[in-house]
Design a protein around this ligand. Structure first.
Ligand SMILES: *[C@@H]1O[C@H](CO)[C@@H](O)[C@H](O)[C@H]1NC(C)=O
Ligand SMILES: *[C@@H]1O[C@H](CO)[C@@H](O)[C@H](O)[C@H]1NC(C)=O
Ligand SMILES: *[C@@H]1O[C@H](CO)[C@@H](O)[C@H](O)[C@H]1NC(C)=O
Ligand SMILES: *[C@@H]1O[C@H](CO)[C@@H](O)[C@H](O)[C@H]1NC(C)=O
Ligand SMILES: *[C@@H]1O[C@H](CO)[C@@H](O)[C@H](O)[C@H]1NC(C)=O
Length: 509
């Protein structure tokens, strides 16, 4: 028979592991087949253990002298920052936990660039749902170094330390994982972005997908970010995915401690009629806040201004100017019309207004063509995130609109390819010089064009012509048939609104 003292010792030794509620493990988003962020940044690795224990992390591989790192477990958490590692692998990452004498081995780990992909349903839209899905899925196995991870759909009232669930653990791509349940896994925009990027960078790319259909930007924003835009964090009575911060808490906050290269985002539809007029604050504000938080969480390894790419809204309703899409497109750029700009540094945007899809089996709000938006995002990433000098990633943008005697001249910042069709440009003719309502705007025709400019006809206007706008409707163009593109025809001019001056144009003639 055990003496009482002995039995309580046995019990407490047994209970120490359980009573802390923690078992020895890596956090949810470290696993075999993962990509860790490559040099020059250092990758952060962390997990859970028994307070007081030591965790010995070791990294080994055929061309590597084994590296070891010792991490004490403090408050149930251990954490270490690896030395900077060049792209490549495979490596084996082992964590050994002293008090239980147990090890966890992660195999086939590569170093590369990690991109986070987030947003609503157009980001959740899977590879199985895109146009040419069969070809895209068949190609999956040719890209074993583009690896995927996906957080499960979870929401929380408070900030979580680790993900509450994992939808796809780190994996090499397979048709089954990429084209799983509709809107469940894996994101087509995320995957195609990673695959196209891999073809250019030629080293491993890790894709971390964390998105949820039908969700507003407020759900993905911290209370601190919302407050800066004058939004109160909602007092949650009936919590749902529209509640402020619930997805930030459960699907972004847990990821902050991993080192990442950048993020891409496809969201905004849910804000077309929800805090729409605040989106020019909430969206840039969320980007700032994520940047600060990822930088802090990784102890400075993720850049404070990490590159952030996004898709400008496509189209939804053919003839409903009140669906809010035109305003959100503008607000996505902090009302500049283009990015990067002074408010949104180190960002890039894929314009999508010219790839509408009225017949999409998933509804017109979900265009089937994700290849074009991913391609445009990759141009942005190459130019902005990777500093490639020769990559054009922005369509033409006007520098001036000048009112002359017979024409309004619009000068663009690059050479253009123009088609002279009516109905895309409008001018504001108004007594009070305000152009706030649609009845102040009159369509005008393009009468001719040159290398980097167009002439618009001047319609009768008894008052003043004060502004011009372009593609200012929910569904302005047919597929890839807007009137103004870059000279090579690849990139559309985004929608804009611009004041008209009387100054002689400086950059034409
Ligand atoms: C720890 O585990 C190893 C491998 O299972 C074993 O060889 C060793 O004896 C153990 N050490 C202790 C202190 O239990
Ligand atoms: C789909 O495949 C067809 C035939 O190969 C090709 O012409 C088309 O460009 C593809 N569409 C996209 C969006 O990739
Ligand atoms: C955002 O847009 C609203 C509505 O158009 C406007 O009133 C406000 O001044 C804009 N705010 C910023 C910060 O640009
Ligand atoms: C992750 O980063 C946050 C923010 O800096 C910090 O509060 C938290 O303790 C970190 N978590 C881990 C597990 O290191
Ligand atoms: C950029 O393009 C120019 C002109 O086409 C070429 O001379 C130059 O080598 C290119 N630079 C890079 C880095 O590709």
């Amino acid at each position: 028979m055990l003496t009482p003292v002995f039995s309580s010792l046995v019990l407490s030794a047994f209970a120490t592991v359980l009573s802390a509620g923690e078992v020895f493990r890596f956090s949810s988003y470290y696993g075999s087949y993962m990509i860790l962020q490559k040099a020059p940044a250092k990758s952060v690795v962390w997990g859970f253990g028994q307070t007081g224990a030591k965790v010995v992390v070791s990294l080994s591989g055929s061309h590597l002298l084994e590296q070891t790192y010792i991490a004490p477990v403090i408050n149930g958490i251990w954490r270490t920052t690896l030395k900077p590692m060049e792209a490549g692998g495979p490596y084996t990452l082992t964590a050994y936990h002293s008090t239980t004498n147990s090890s966890i081995v992660l195999k086939d780990v590569l170093f590369g660039d990690i991109w986070l992909c987030s947003g609503q349903s157009n980001m959740a839209f899977t590879v199985g749902q895109v146009i040419n899905a069969t070809e895209e899925l068949t190609m999956a196995s040719k890209f074993p170094d583009v690896r995927i991870f996906q957080a499960a759909l979870e929401q929380s009232k408070k900030e979580l330390t680790d993900l509450a669930g994992v939808e796809v653990p780190w994996s090499k791509p397979t048709p089954g994982l990429l084209g799983g349940k509709d809107f469940s896994h894996f994101s087509a925009v995320c995957w195609l972005f990673g695959r196209y990027l891999y073809e250019k960078r030629k080293y491993p790319i890790g894709l971390v997908h964390s998105s949820w259909g039908g969700t507003p930007v407020e759900a993905w924003s911290s209370p601190r970010a919302l407050q800066k835009c004058g939004l109160k964090s909602s007092v949650i009575s009936e919590q749902n995915t529209w509640s402020s911060s619930v997805l930030w808490n459960a699907m972004i906050h847990p990821l902050l401690n991993m080192t990442i290269t950048g993020a891409i985002w496809y969201q905004g539809e849910a804000n077309a009629n929800y805090n729409r007029d605040k989106y020019n604050c909430t969206f840039p504000g969320m980007i700032d806040d994520w940047r600060m938080a990822f930088h802090e969480g990784s102890e400075g390894q993720t850049a404070l201004d990490f590159p952030f790419g996004f898709v400008q809204l496509c189209t939804y309703k053919t003839k409903d100017p009140t669906d809010g899409f035109r305003e959100i497109r503008w607000h996505q750029t902090a009302d500049y019309g283009f990015v990067p700009n002074k408010r949104m540094k180190n960002t890039f945007m894929a314009v999508a207004v010219d790839v509408p899809d009225e017949k999409s089996p998933w509804g017109s709000i979900h265009p089937e063509d994700k290849q074009d938006v991913a391609f445009r995002l990759v141009l942005g990433a190459r130019a902005v995130a990777y500093g490639e000098k020769n990559v054009t990633f922005q369509g033409p943008f006007p520098t001036q609109a000048v009112l002359g005697n017979s024409y309004i001249t619009i000068v663009f910042n690059q050479d253009i390819k123009a088609s002279h069709e009516d109905g895309y440009f409008e001018i504001c003719c108004s007594e009070d010089r305000k152009c706030e309502t649609d009845d102040k705007w009159t369509p005008v025709a393009i009468s001719s064009s040159g290398l980097n400019y167009i002439f618009l006809e001047i319609p009768p206007c008894p008052a003043s012509i004060t502004a011009v706008r372009y593609l200012w409707t929910d569904w302005p163009c047919k597929f890839k048939a807007c009137p103004i593109y870059s000279y090579d025809g690849l990139l559309p001019a985004p929608p804009f609104i611009l004041g008209v001056t009387n100054q002689r144009p400086t950059t034409v003639f």
